[in-house]
Design a protein around this ligand. Structure first.
Ligand SMILES: Cc1ncc(COP(=O)(O)O)c(C=O)c1O
Length: 408
């Protein structure tokens, strides 16, 4: 039997989590079965990041359909993983793309007719026409007064919306509340902007909010949507475009339907409503594969170094360790997993593991053993890099149970 263990620095919490797993309470292991079938008995170059395109495709279709039921358009946040296999399926199943700069736009498929591209950039952009060169509809988000003035001065004909700081729309009681962000308009900035004659001559068409918290809930989105609706009174016309951003991955699937219906009620047609998730698409679709390359201590303080590095290969993931367990497990121990680099803080965390007799042997954490980590975000591919003589992880994409040519 394989269990999926989250890191835990607290003995009690770790034990409670483990007891739930062993008793079959709580969610089952969230990993695409195709990944296990492909890995079984296969030699491969590690460290590796392996993603199942069929799982991602199914998630894309499901989310796009739930959104389309309310005539809401689902885009892919390209920064989450600008890789060709992912962009190709997004082209097939989604309404378009969210990009941050020209390099991301140029990575997109050559023909974007019928698609929407939303541009939300931390930088001033010089030539907006370039973002419409592939036949797509372009919607520009502006993030600051300087960016808005820069946009208007260029006389570009594309509709533009204002990015509002998510925290401004949330009550302090919401767990995802944050009191500041370096992105988007605060209320005083907005007031100042809307008084400008150049903005009054060409007012924004609506709003964009991306609240990038890891703990956004359905309630968070209700507040964001209701908050944007209230802001609408500040525009001369009802909003024509609303972009609700990404960050949807912690919201329960069943709640999305209600949230999209609420968004559509608050912003009735013909308003165009968008979402632009990234991480949502890859949930359960990826594994990191490494091996134990060093160890220290004994059963009461086992430490293992993996050839996977948190900082090179697992950024923006919260890896969980997949380990075998034989029941009844008689003992529990906390095992420290360190990353491959010489960086002191390159750590994957401490994991509470059950075992019978020999910790390293029973949990498959002996020297040279293969280690599997789940809960790997698509962003880990986007960040995947080397450092300190360590190479980036090899990237594998599976389709129909077979690997495409490995990349990176
Ligand atoms: C503007 C914008 N939209 C969408 C996203 C995608 O967010 P997520 O991957 O959390 O869904 C991001 C991510 O940083 C973003 O900056």
């Amino acid at each position: 039997m394989l269990i999926e263990v989250k890191p835990s620095s607290d003995y009690k919490a770790g034990l409670a989590q483990l007891t739930d797993q062993l008793k079959g309470r709580g969610p089952a292991i969230d990993v695409a079965p195709a990944l296990f079938s492909w890995l079984k008995g296969r030699e491969l170059s590690t460290p590796a990041l392996v993603f199942d395109l069929d799982t991602i495709t199914a998630r894309m279709q499901a989310l796009a359909q739930t959104a389309a039921n309310q005539n809401i358009a689902c885009l892919l946040a390209v920064k989450s993983c600008p890789r060709e296999p992912l962009l190709t399926i997004a082209q097939q199943h989604l309404a378009g793309f969210d990009v941050s700069n020209l390099a991301e736009y140029q990575a997109l498929p050559a023909d974007l007719s019928g698609k929407t591209v939303s541009l939300t950039s931390p930088q001033l952009t010089k030539d907006y026409y370039l973002f419409a060169a592939r036949g797509n509809r372009l919607v520009v988000t502006v993030d600051s007064i300087a960016q808005c003035v820069n946009y208007l001065q260029q006389g570009a004909p594309f509709p533009y919306v204002l990015r509002i700081q998510g925290g401004q729309l949330l009550p302090t009681s919401d767990a995802a509340y944050t009191n500041c962000s370096r992105f988007g308009f605060t209320a005083p900035m907005l007031e100042q902007l809307l008084q400008r004659p150049d903005v009054q001559a060409q007012p924004p068409c609506g709003w964009h909010v991306h609240h990038g918290s890891e703990i956004n809930s359905a309630a968070t989105y209700q507040f964001l949507i209701a908050g944007l609706a209230k802001l609408g009174a500040q525009l001369p016309e009802p909003p024509a475009i609303i972009n609700l951003g990404g960050g949807w991955h912690s919201v329960e699937k069943q709640q999305l339907n209600d949230l999209f219906a609420f968004a559509r009620k608050v912003f009735p047609e013909p308003c165009s409503v968008f979402i632009e998730p990234g991480q949502w698409f890859g949930k359960g679709a990826g594994l990191a594969v490494g091996e134990v390359v060093n160890k220290s201590g004994g059963d009461d303080n086992l430490g293992c170094v993996l050839n996977l590095s948190m900082d090179c290969h697992l950024r923006w993931s919260s890896p969980r360790l997949l380990v075998p367990v034989q029941l009844p497990a008689l003992k529990f121990a906390k095992v420290y997993l360190g990353g491959a680099s010489c960086y002191e803080a390159d750590s994957l965390g401490r994991f509470m593991l059950p075992y019978r007799q020999d910790l390293a042997h029973d949990t498959s954490l002996g020297l040279g053993c293969r280690v599997l980590l789940s809960n790997i975000s698509l962003y880990s591919l986007a960040w995947n890099q080397g450092f300190n003589g360590i190479a980036p992880a090899t990237e594998y994409w599976l389709r129909n149970g077979l690997a495409l040519e490995p990349t990176a």
